[in-house]
Design a protein around this ligand. Sequence first.
Ligand SMILES: Nc1nc2c(ncn2[C@@H]2O[C@H](COP(=O)(O)OP(=O)(O)OP(=O)(O)O)[C@@H](O)[C@H]2O)c(=O)[nH]1
Ligand SMILES: [Mg+2]
Length: 250
Amino acid sequence: MTIRSLAIVIPTYNEAKNVTAMVTALRALPFPDLGIFIVDDNSPDGTGALADELAAKPENRLTVIHRPGKFGLGTAYQAGFRAAIARRTEAIAQLDCDFSHPPDALIRMAELLGSYDVVVGSRYVPGGGLDKRWDIGRKLLSRWAVFYAKTILGLKVHDPTAGFKLWRRETLIGVNLNRIHSNGYVFLVEMAYITQKLGYRVCEIPITFEERQTGKSKMSMGVKIEAAWRVWQLRLRHNRLQPRDRALEP
Ligand SMILES: Nc1nc2c(ncn2[C@@H]2O[C@H](COP(=O)(O)OP(=O)(O)OP(=O)(O)O)[C@@H](O)[C@H]2O)c(=O)[nH]1
Ligand SMILES: [Mg+2]
């Protein structure tokens, strides 16, 4: 293990069926100094109250950020990242609450963070993949989204839509969250694009993206169409960024 202190940021919306198991799984990880930040958007299924109960146990080292409504994945991550950066841990992880991202992979990711600025759990490097239960339409759509974002933005990373990452604190500071404009799923692509433009060293390790174990899917057609044109906005906005534009302070 090359990192000592780690903060894990998890956005939640209607994850009442997953949140307790996720906190338990994260607490079982062998990191000596591990804090968890849950950002809940007033989930109608009561995820926020459940998270508060978990946070009441000091050994969980859990902070819950409550937002009054569903403001989207992008701003949820920003809120969580800001709280984690303020905590001054060496590394900051992001992952979904629905077990699509295997928490155990953080151990290997942490080892690699010694040599990289960010480590990505990737579906599209050899050894990685999608859950067999995904139907062909969903697989094709995911492939298409990756191809589309990579082509328009010239991205080198194999999985620019990955939501499972381990950042060095300095990298997240350097990216500068004030630069981020996306809210929905495009947030993930925006972060990948800025990371590349700023010249950070990115490592991808293969993961299998499991179908959510339980709870309802929130992917909709509107979300996908909006994402397609927002990729063009990213190009206009960040095309000229260079390594000297890294921020040095939060
Ligand atoms: N706080 C917050 N969390 C969100 C929001 N949208 C999604 N999430 C959470 O972000 C993570 C990823 O969202 P998912 O809904 O799993 O996205 P997905 O994996 O592409 O799609 P499905 O698993 O099929 O629903 C999960 O932990 C969600 O609960 C949001 O608007 N606000
Ligand atoms: Mg999911």
